[in-house]
Design a protein. Structure first.
Length: 668
């Protein structure tokens, strides 16, 4: 079935990527509706969720401030189709799994350039604060932007993090905003943001914050014989973040920016609560630095180039006092470097037809103090040819990605060089004259390389691993209606995903020696639906609300496996969220609800692996007090997990109960 489908897709690609004689038509003339707030929006296109060929969910501006969220990971909980792996507490590691494909299949892009982790393929989204974030977006399949890099096509789905850029009034030369947040778990979180206008074409921004918390909180524990209340220990964190950027814009023809990012943290790793053990002594230090830049030049109305570059250096130090070696406690250090360069050419052949050619090269290296570490080096070369046809009632996009991966190691045997080709096809059509209703869909074939840990980790790696391969089919619709003072938007998608050659770890003679195999096959069928409304009740009363629901059946299809036909671990069949935001004069009230249905912690869907559903209610109140000059002093009170539910996202990693936060912010 899929082989036949692939042939059809390749045939369509041949038609789309070759010069074709088509009749020119007028561009879509949807008229934007000006409202105070729209929950799903995009800076360049307010109705991107309506017109995009791929499913897109976004949070931006004031919405991000009102969702009782400290980090990007917290905000992503409100998107449908996402499972967040949260190991508990303010300093707990947080990774994301989109549509049950695994964290390694999700590309995370920071101002258009991917955040890399060649070691294990996962990005800890808890490190990225919302304090400097303008927009967070999730794209299923891929983004439809033609000036995106080749890396943007090379993930099964993508998360885009867009940081704030300076915007000044005519008589302003600088803006200074200071804030402090405090609350439960000993949280102390001051922040400072400075925008400075160098001249009419160049501006700069500095954003910095500190997070300090002891992380202790009570939780309930049951071992089947007795119940007790304990305190979570070794969950403390100390971290600070610095972001500095310079932005340039010369007559909208030359656009550029340079950004430096630094993150440094020390945290405890409290570990799993098993065998009546409530305390663990392991510690982790992280230091992340990267410098990235992009430059765009527009040659007339038809041709543009965009150049991106990045250098990154990541350092981790892990200490385990429970393991004693000949030189003392176990201490492992890891150091990764990344070098990245991208060039994108876009050419408008006709008013309705745009071509894009993107080339990326990335080089990753890794060092460690581990005995006989492999010291791997990986060079990845990506080329993409993409075509976009945009008519009044129809948009069709096609892309063809070529990926070459070349590796070398100091010890052992390097994985074989790899050359893969990945097609995708997307469409959005307006079937009726009314612009209120649109159909969309996509097909995408993709793969993900084994990580350095999969291939070369001592006593674990397997250099003969094959990549994981995935295929996605998605069909959905969006309907939006302007009701005067209210805008209503309804979207829904159904999808089917196949993953083959899934990489799994099998324990060997003891739990310190595991073996990596290509064994698994997983098939996922799902439905995602969201209903969004926003508008005005009176001149002083604005509101926005959103309701989401996800059904996901992710089954193990590995032939001969003991768990064949059973739901894979940590994927709920039912999940959803609801949010309500209301503003009346200088008071804002926000409510959010998140629900995750029953799951299993292991492949076998048996009673001992069963995890109960969990849900949380969060509320916040914000008040603006007139202060010196034009800007108000902003106060905020947040209550998270209002009804003090005791739950765990990951088995044996208890989450906090009810907690409080106080916020104070002022902009000069």
């Amino acid at each position: 079935m899929r082989t036949y489908l692939n042939r059809i897709i390749i045939f369509i690609f041949g038609l789309l990527l070759c010069p074709t004689v088509l009749s020119a038509q007028t561009q879509d003339t949807l008229t934007p509706v000006a409202l105070q707030e729209i929950f799903l929006r995009h800076d360049r296109n307010r109705f991107e969720s309506h017109t995009s060929p791929a499913s897109v969910q976004s949070l931006s501006g004031e919405q991000l401030k009102k969702l009782n969220s400290l980090s990007v990971a917290d905000a992503l909980r409100y998107f449908s189709g996402i499972q967040l792996k949260d190991y508990g507490g303010i300093g707990g590691i947080k990774t994301v799994n989109v549509r049950s494909m695994g964290s390694q299949h999700t590309g995370v892009f920071f101002d258009g350039i991917q955040l890399g982790n060649a070691q294990n393929g996962q990005v800890d989204l808890g490190k990225f604060s919302l304090d400097n974030m303008q927009q967070v977006s999730l794209y299923q399949g891929q983004r439809s932007e033609m000036q995106q890099s080749a890396k943007a096509y090379a993930s099964s789905n993508t998360i885009y993090l867009q940081t704030k850029t300076p915007k000044f009034k005519p008589d302003e030369t600088y803006q200074l905003a200071v804030g402090v947040r405090s609350g439960s778990f000993g949280l102390f979180n001051p922040s400072l943001n400075l925008n400075y206008k160098i001249n009419d074409a160049i501006s700069a921004r500095l954003s910095t914050e500190l997070v300090n918390a002891h992380g202790r909180y009570k939780f309930q524990y049951s071992n089947g014989i007795y119940d007790t209340t304990a305190v979570r220990n070794n969950a403390d964190i100390k971290s600070y973040r610095v972001e500095a950027s310079v932005h340039g814009n010369h007559k909208n023809k030359d656009l550029w920016n340079v950004k430096y990012y630094h993150y440094n943290s020390e945290r405890g790793l409290p570990g799993a609560i098993v065998a009546n053990r409530f305390a663990r002594p392991q510690r982790l230090w992280d230091r992340n630095n990267f410098l990235q830049a992009d430059y765009k030049h527009q040659f007339g109305e038809t041709y543009a180039i965009k150049v991106r570059g990045k250098y990154g250096d990541d350092y981790s130090w892990y200490l385990d006092p429970e393991i004693v070696t000949t030189t003392g406690f176990l201490e492992n250090t890891y150091n990764q470097q990344e070098y990245y360069l991208s060039l994108v050419n876009t050419y408008k052949v006709k008013p309705y037809w745009t071509l894009s050619l993107a080339t990326d090269v990335q080089h990753n290296t890794m060092q460690s103090n581990m005995y006989r570490f492999a010291y791997p080096k990986r060079t990845t070369l990506l080329n993409v040819l993409a075509s976009d046809f945009n008519f009044k009632r129809l948009t069709i996009q096609a892309s063809f990605l070529s990926t070459g991966v070349y590796e070398s190691v100091k010890y052992y045997e390097a994985a074989d060089d790899l050359q893969e080709f990945s097609p995708s096809l997307l469409f959005n059509v307006q079937p009726f004259k009314s612009a209120d209703f649109r159909l969309r869909g996509f097909y995408k074939k993709m793969f993900r390389m084994p990580t350095f840990n999969d291939l070369y980790y001592t006593f674990v790696g397997n250099t003969f691993l094959d990549p994981e391969y995935s295929e996605q089919i998605n069909l959905g619709f969006s309907w939006q209606k302007d009701l005067g003072s209210t805008l209503l938007n309804v979207t829904s998608d159904i999808y089917n995903i196949w993953i083959t050659d899934k990489i799994v770890a099998i324990p060997g003679t003891n739990l310190f020696r595991w073996t990596m195999y290509n064994l698994g096959e997983v098939e996922t069928k799902g439905i995602e639906t969201s209903v969004t409304t926003s508008g005005k009740i009176s001149a002083d009363f604005n509101y926005s609300a959103r309701l989401t629901y996800t059904f996901q059946e992710s089954l193990d299809k590995t032939s001969g496996g003991n768990s064949f036909g059973q739901q894979i671990p940590y994927v709920p069949k039912h999940s959803g969220s609801a949010t309500l935001m209301m503003d009346y004069k200088n008071i804002a009230l926000n409510y959010s609800f998140i629900y995750t249905g029953e799951r299993y912690s292991q492949k076998a869907n048996i009673a001992s692996n069963y995890l109960q559903p969990w849900y949380t209610h969060d509320i916040s109140v914000n008040y603006e007090l007139p202060f010196f000059g034009e800007n108000p002093l902003k106060f905020g009170l947040e209550v998270n997990n209002l009804f003090d539910q005791h739950y765990a996202v990951i088995k044996n990693f208890p989450m906090p109960g009810r907690s409080f936060r106080l916020n104070l912010n002022y902009q000069f």
